[in-house]
Design a protein around this ligand. Sequence first.
Ligand SMILES: [Zn+2]
Length: 243
Amino acid sequence: MNLLLAVLLTIPPVVMYHRVDAWSPNDSISQRLTISPTQFADELRDIHRIGLRTIGIDELVRDAQHEASPERAVLLTFDDGYSDQFDYAFPILQRYGDRAVFFINTGTIGTPRHLTWPEVETMAKAGMSIECHGVDHVDLGESNVAEQTYQIDRCVSELRAHLNESVLAFAYPSGDFDAETIGVEREAGVLFGFTTDPRFQTDARSPYQIARIRVVTGMDDAYFAARLEAARAFVSLTPSSVP
Ligand SMILES: [Zn+2]
């Protein structure tokens, strides 16, 4: 795995979603982060029209190992493990033959409005990447190393135990992490850290500081497509190897 990191080349554009629901929640933050099923389907069509293919974390690893070009790839990510992701996003992904990465808090699985283990297992079997968002939704940059280790190790081990698959990616709750977080991730076998950094560029030398395009409700189609194109242009400009 250290070899893999040494040859990691470029990170394709990454899109960050939270909730896809026919109903809008009451609080304003959730409202902003909840898009309609129609908006989500429109964005998948935009992605295909631009000529991109949606990949999982396994393909990201394979691309790195084979030094393949990720120029046609895009990663769709979903945070927080809400049940609407299974009810709305998952069937739309399947209808369009797409894949996505779901960052789950293992501590909230099976609680109201959140995914259940059978739902998580169904999505994993259908080709979705199930990755870590911590046990609870705590800000790691505000936590000591023992707490960070608990949040990362336990999330990784619970997902591994239930899904019998390797867990290679972690999304920082609220985008918050510090230098110690990356050491804990490495120890746990995590290869990729996803931030909430809204820049479309990801520095190829920082696989633990991956930027994501945040999608909000009502985001204009043309704006979404332009952000993807900009991210793609950056990927194709990124040096093809990291010394
Ligand atoms: Zn979150």
